[in-house]
Design a binder for this molecule. Structure first.
Ligand SMILES: [Zn+2]
Length: 588
């Protein structure tokens, strides 16, 4: 209890500022504090050097021709490295309409989550469909738009410039200039397919880092446009997460022209995120360890048998541990990290000020996906990355966490059936069919009431105006964002008519929502707060400098925006050949 008390005073000073977006009036207020608090406990991201540079450093290329040769060679090395990998890929898309006030605004949205198999043909297996076949899913839930765009070449075109024929026989490379992307100096080339190079060829620009000559960014589209299909434009970014390689991590796509008289029929913007490159290896190890550890538990002979209540609690703890471990191995949960500490500090603020006594301390974890959702398993509260991204301040975070804490305090424990380990043995893609932590409407109402009660006694009591605004904004935007608001494991913020239900009592008070007020930021765009390490799934806070809003069109609550990651090289990431990984290297 003592340590909790000391944490609380520290945290009251800390506020989650609007990273990357802030109203002009409050530019220098609390925002930087949060960044400092988070970074002070930061260590350098631990990167497993599981794979190193494939080739010993050759003599530096002298001519642009040689640079191109090395680039082609490194692209093939990357394909080789990723051949055995099955990362997760998530696409969130917002179709756009013309809005007189907001410019292009979301009209509706689509969500897709799958596992990329980058062996011979790049394919993706879907987490959301009961059918394993991606093709069938394309025809069903994903809609016509995607069928047209994804069909011609599978998903590979988003990941690589050209999986089959990225070479001089098929492409012309024209040197443009040198340019910095973040800290990384790059050669920029325009890439055009040669005449008669065939179908589905990359047309656009590549940025090549100037130490190892890996492609770090691709921007363009594919040509020629097929008769009944359609390739969209993409801006694809890679990050240096392991020595010697730059892994595809973010892809932004956008179509549509909102100029007067434009005849474009499709208008959308979409973010694709890739993570979990290092998952498949870890998963198998975990699954084996789990079975043996659970079945040969060594009981100390001197320990007393637990009472029935203690046994019940231990049983629930076992279920909780099983579920959390399984979600992590499926690539859906970030490993324990610094962001959890921030969430936990807010939870502890609620616990301490309400004198709550729990049999076990509350834990918090971050789910790596975009849809806005929370749920709790035993004493662990899980919050999605997308939800943390859009919350404008700490009071809003407290509002979100208080609801799940309400379930825990009221003993709405779900999922004790998962104490049976056989229930963990399913394929990663079928996680959403095997897990679900939805409460009944009665329990939801009770948790909301408990949450309000706790918030009113907490340090957030007089800051709930922002939580009220957030819920009002959510309420206004909900009809257009049903995919973003569809939870996959927990309860929804809205009912099946798209009306706000979670914590809705808060919308009866607080300030009026005014879209045209620049200093009122009810919700942030997606992607502003957390970034995921695509290799090891660690999450960390984005340290973005605030940018002043210039018009209401800059607010973009819950919206998709382009990616512009600040590129850096990892320490020892270049010109270091680790021997352990040499045998896994795809190309020598
Ligand atoms: Zn709930």
């Amino acid at each position: 209890m003592n340590t909790w008390k000391s944490t609380i005073s520290a945290v009251l000073l800390v506020s989650i500022g609007a990273a990357g977006q802030q109203n002009p009036a409050a530019k220098d207020s609390q925002q930087p504090k949060m960044v400092q608090a988070a970074s002070s406990s930061d260590e350098a991201p631990s990167v497993t050097p599981a794979s190193a540079k494939s080739a010993p450093v050759a003599a530096s290329p002298m001519t642009m021709e040689q640079v191109v040769d090395r680039t082609i060679q490194r692209e093939h090395a990357l394909m080789g490295l990723l051949r055995s990998r099955t990362p997760l890929v998530e696409t969130y898309l917002q179709n756009l309409k013309r809005d007189p006030e907001l410019g292009a605004a979301p009209k509706d949205d689509r969500y897709f989550l799958g596992r990329l198999d980058m062996a011979a043909n790049v394919e993706r297996r879907d987490y959301l469909s009961k059918d394993d076949s991606f093709e069938k899913n394309l025809l069903g839930g994903f809609g016509k738009l995607f069928k047209l765009e994804y069909n011609p070449m599978g998903f590979s075109w988003m990941i690589f410039a050209d999986r089959d024929d990225f070479d001089r026989a098929h492409y012309d490379f024209k040197y443009v200039r040198r340019e910095f992307l973040g800290d990384v100096r790059c050669f920029v080339f325009d890439v055009t397919p040669k005449k008669d190079a065939g179908k589905g060829r990359f047309l656009g620009r590549i940025w090549v880092e100037d130490e190892d000559f890996n492609i770090v960014r691709l921007n363009g589209t594919y040509v020629p446009r097929p008769k009944n299909a359609y390739f969209f434009h993409m801006d694809s970014w890679r990050l240096n997460l392991i020595p010697g390689y730059w892994l595809p991590a973010y892809i932004y796509s956008e179509e549509g022209d909102f100029s007067y008289g434009s005849k474009d029929k499709v208008a959308f913007k979409a973010q694709t995120r890739i993570w979990g490159y290092d998952l498949n290896k870890k998963t198998h190890e975990n699954e084996l360890a789990q079975i043996t550890v659970d079945s040969v538990k060594d009981e100390s002979p001197t320990a007393a048998d637990p009472s029935p209540l203690a046994a019940q609690r231990e049983w629930q703890q076992q279920a909780e541990d099983n579920v959390i471990e399984r979600l992590e191995s499926a690539g859906l949960l970030a490993p324990v990290g610094d962001v959890d500490k921030i969430l936990l500090t807010v939870v502890n603020n609620l616990v301490v000020t309400n004198n709550i006594d729990l049999p076990a301390p509350v834990r918090t974890r971050v789910m790596l996906t975009s849809p806005l959702e929370t749920f709790s398993v035993g004493n662990t509260i899980v919050v999605s990355r997308g939800l943390i991204d859009v919350l404008p301040d700490e009071a809003c975070l407290a509002m979100v966490l208080s609801h799940e804490l309400g379930h825990i305090v009221l003993g709405h424990n779900l999922g004790s059936k998962f104490a049976f380990t056989d229930r963990m043995l399913f394929s990663d893609q079928s996680t959403y069919q095997n897990f679900g932590f939805r409460h009944s409407p009665e329990e939801e109402t009770a948790a909301d009431a408990k949450a309000l009660e706790m918030l009113k006694k907490s340090p957030y009591a007089d800051k709930l105006g922002s939580a009220s605004l957030f819920l009002k904004e959510l309420s206004v935007r909900a009809p257009e964002l049903s995919a973003l608001l569809t939870p996959h494991l927990g309860n929804s913020f809205t009912n099946d008519k798209g009306q706000l239900v979670r914590m809705s009592a808060l919308t009866n008070s607080g300030p009026e929502l005014k879209a045209d007020k620049l200093d009122q930021i009810a919700a942030l765009p997606l992607g502003g707060r957390l970034k995921v390490n695509a290799w090891d799934d660690q999450v960390e806070l984005v340290k973005a400098a605030p940018v002043a809003l210039l018009s209401v069109r800059d607010k973009m609550p819950f919206e998709v925006t382009p990616f512009f990651p600040h590129l850096t090289r990892i320490e020892g990431g270049s010109a270091v050949a680790t021997t352990t990984a040499a045998n896994r290297s795809p190309q020598k």
